[in-house]
Ligand binder design. Structure first.
Ligand SMILES: Cc1cc2nc3c(=O)[nH]c(=O)nc-3n(C[C@H](O)[C@H](O)[C@H](O)COP(=O)(O)OP(=O)(O)OC[C@H]3O[C@@H](n4cnc5c(N)ncnc54)[C@H](O)[C@@H]3O)c2cc1C
Length: 456
């Protein structure tokens, strides 16, 4: 066999697997096959001015390439078992946290040393939230910021590039079990390895389904999160964001007893377009560099939906809602909270006259024509609940962008080593459905590398 280990995908999962294998077993021959470009060649043509919507590049620079979906993210590494994935169900709570701390240490020593780590532990906000029917989840978060995250990825690549073989623009088409290992097939060639680690993230979800079907690896459906991104003056949330940076707050709605949660908080950040398979949704970033900070804070409010029988396609449901918003708005829709409450669409004039200056050029419209009533009612209830701990959240001029959708991969059946029913074939990161975050995906990579380092 030419390789001991082939890793498919160079997102956080694949990167941390490769790095750990290089450290623990420098004798092993390891290759990483990645569908996208090296880090420095990743460029999305959407600039919000000349190019506003997806032009369907042959490989999406936002989701694919060295660094994976997280390369241009806000770089928030949440160290917790409370959200971001269920890795702890496979490897235990303590081990999962230990590995996330280990990953944090590596990020810090590769450019993140000046960045801040926040924690909810002992925070007075827990009580204030509870008194207002809100739950503040426990977490410790390292905020690298989009700029430092990029620096860290660059340094990790520099450290590995001469000892690990990286093959970019090499989307893997098939994996075939062979005697003593696997054959990895890609356009124009094939290679063999003893062990294979699959780490293809969200962008590889359809391909992952194909592999599971072909190799008869059992799977089950996962949930989808649907909602909006809220943008308001940073001062409204500054008492929370200054101390916690990101607060994950959950509210149980009175009407439907659904959970609505905050997600991906970006103090002094910007709202951005996100493109998933040609569907434009919304997301947010913030930078460490003070010169790039804005006067606004943004965060998502999401409701989870999980379909099982007879309809199983939770992601398909989320996609339909996102498509509807794209159909009505030509992309992302923005609406003032006051307009939504009054049952009227926002227009350019109302947005312009509002006190919150939008950081994303989106189409003024009416989110009530897009989001199902149950989801929209939950979001409105949550905005009023947040208004109690951060007065001003429910102001008329608060902006809501829609839709934000978080898609999750189906869950692949794995054992406690994250190994499939095929010995030596591992699935890690978001592609496994087990993780949904940078820290969990990275930790799963380290974990599998250590299992292999002992076995190989
Ligand atoms: C805009 C944005 C902001 C985010 N912000 C945060 C944040 O602040 N904090 C957080 O915790 N999470 C965040 N996330 C989520 C986070 O990026 C993911 O959870 C994480 O990247 C998952 O890592 P992964 O390695 O499992 O997969 P990915 O990062 O998706 O990497 C998978 C890689 O596999 C490659 N691939 C796919 N199929 C194939 C194939 N067939 N052959 C070869 N290669 C293939 C892809 O090109 C990709 O590079 C964000 C995501 C986005 C899109």
């Amino acid at each position: 066999m030419k390789y001991d280990v082939i890793i498919i995908g160079a997102g956080p999962g694949g990167i941390f697997s490769a790095l750990e294998l290089m450290k623990r077993r420098p004798d092993l021959k390891v290759a990483v096959f990645e569908a996208g470009y090296p880090l420095e060649k990743r460029r999305c043509p959407i600039d919000g001015k000349k190019v506003k919507t997806c032009v369907h590049c042959s490989t999406c620079a936002i989701m694919k390439g060295f660094g994976g979906a997280g390369a241009f993210s806000d770089g928030k590494y949440n160290i917790t078992n409370d959200f971001g994935g269920t890795l702890y169900e496979y490897i235990g709570r303590e081990k999962a946290l230990e590995l996330m701390e280990y990953v944090d240490g590596i990020n810090v020593s590769h450019g993140g040393e000046g960045t801040k780590r926040y924690t909810t532990a002992g925070s007075e906000f827990k009580k204030i939230c509870m008194q207002n029917k809100l739950t503040l989840l426990d977490a410790s978060v390292r905020h690298l910021g989009t700029d430092i995250n990029y620096v860290v990825l660059g340094r990790l690549y520099e450290e590995m590039k001469d000892r690990i073989e990286f093959r970019f623009m090499t989307p893997v088409e098939d994996i075939q079990p062979i005697d003593g290992g696997y054959r990895v097939i890609f356009s124009g060639g094939q290679e063999e390895c003893r062990y294979c680690i699959v780490s293809v993230g969200r962008s590889g979800s359809k391909w992952m389904e194909h592999v599971c079907r072909e190799l008869e690896i059992p799977t089950c459906s996962n949930r989808v999160d649907i909602g909006v991104r809220v943008e308001l003056p940073a001062v409204i949330f500054s008492h929370l964001t200054d101390k916690l940076y990101e607060s994950k707050i959950v509210y149980r709605t009175e009407k439907f007893e659904d959970n609505v949660r905050t997600f991906c908080m970006n103090p002094n950040g910007i709202v951005v377009n996100e493109n998933t398979n040609g569907i434009v949704t919304v997301n947010g970033h913030s930078f460490e560099d003070p010169a790039r900070k804005t006067e606004n804070t943004n965060f998502a409010l999401l409701v989870s939906k999980h379909f099982s029988d007879p309809f199983k396609d939770s992601n398909g449901y989320g996609e339909s809602i996102a498509r509807l918003s794209n159909m009505l708005g030509g992309g992302v829709i923005v609406q003032r909270f006051g307009d939504l409450e009054r049952g009227r669409r926002s227009n350019e004039k109302r947005i312009r006259e509002g006190t919150v200056r939008p950081t994303l050029d989106a189409t003024p419209g009416d989110l009530s024509l897009v989001l199902p009533k149950r989801i929209l009612d939950g979001i409105i209830e949550m905005i009023y609940a947040l208004d109690k701990i951060a007065p001003g959240t429910a102001n008329d001029d608060t902006l809501l962008y829609g839709v934000e959708v978080k898609f999750y991969n189906m869950e692949v059946k794995l054992d406690e080593s994250l190994e499939t029913n095929h010995p030596g074939l591992f699935v890690i990161g978001d592609g496994s459905g087990v993780t949904h975050s940078l820290s969990h995906a990275s930790a799963s990579g380290v974990y599998v590398a250590r299992c292999l380092a002992e076995r190989a």
